[in-house]
Design a binder for this molecule. Structure first.
Ligand code: CA
Length: 236
């Protein structure tokens, strides 16, 4: 699955070159030339990864990375810092700020694409083509197929993305707002009850084989994919 990558780079020629290479690698690229416009883009929709230049006009890449890490909603976005600096201390500062990786210019496009792939695999597995198997379900993004103990299930595209995100982030509670951000890429214009509608559809596909119990409602908080049976009060 292509990743949505936000590229924050102020030099037009470098921006153009990187964007072309990312597009060729199958990713969607949104561009910004400074931290302020990047901030506006992130406010609308969460990218899967941010490629962030260190030296920007106005707020620096480091300042922007700190801001992202300080905000609950944007804390987990993977960040790769781009920089012309090769100093060891700068690298340490970049990683301490919470960057997941650090690339020094000039770099080869192939190296950049490989680093992005590695960070996405680690931090945003829902954007990769890796098949996921959990609790008797198998979801394969490559073939767009879901099977329940070998039996093929038919899911709509939204239910597929929703299940993919839940299966790659199991045992954690996701609020409706988080799911809108992660699965729909839009927490502003889509209503939260939309999530409930698609959870219901997903469960109805899983239900005949008894797999609907994997998609659990956590009252007052949201939803969770769990292979553990929810706690029930012990019978006396
Ligand atoms: Ca720059």
């Amino acid at each position: 699955m292509p990743a949505n990558i936000l590229l924050v780079e102020d030099e037009p020629a470098i921006q153009e070159l990187i964007a072309a290479n990312l597009n060729r690698a199958g990713h969607h690229v949104v561009r910004a030339a400074d931290a302020e416009s990047a901030q506006r883009i992130v406010r609308e929709a969460l990218p899967d990864l941010i490629l962030l230049d260190w030296m920007l006009p106005g707020a620096s890449g480091i300042e922007f990375a700190r801001r992202l890490r300080a905000d609950e909603r944007t804390r987990a976005i993977p960040i790769i810092m781009l920089t012309a600096r090769g100093e060891e201390q700068d690298k340490v500062t970049g990683l301490e700020t919470g960057a997941d990786d650090y690339i020094t210019k000039p770099f080869s496009p192939r190296e950049l694409v490989a680093r992005i792939k590695a960070v996405l695999r680690r931090r945003a597995p829902q954007t990769t083509e890796d098949a996921v198997e959990l609790g008797g379900l198998r979801l394969d993004p490559g073939t767009h197929r879901v099977t329940a103990e070998g039996k093929v299930l038919t899911l709509g595209p939204t239910e597929f993305r929703l299940l993919h995100f839940l299966m790659t982030h199991p045992e954690r509670v996701h609020s409706r707002a988080q799911l809108l951000d992660q699965v729909w890429g839009d927490h502003v214009f889509v209503e939260e009850r939309t999530v409930d509608v698609h959870i219901r559809r997903l469960r109805s596909v899983l239900e005949p084989d008894g797999f609907d119990a994997l998609v659990q409602t956590v009252r007052g908080s949201g939803y969770r994919f769990s292979t553990q049976t929810p706690q029930v009060p012990a019978a006396r």
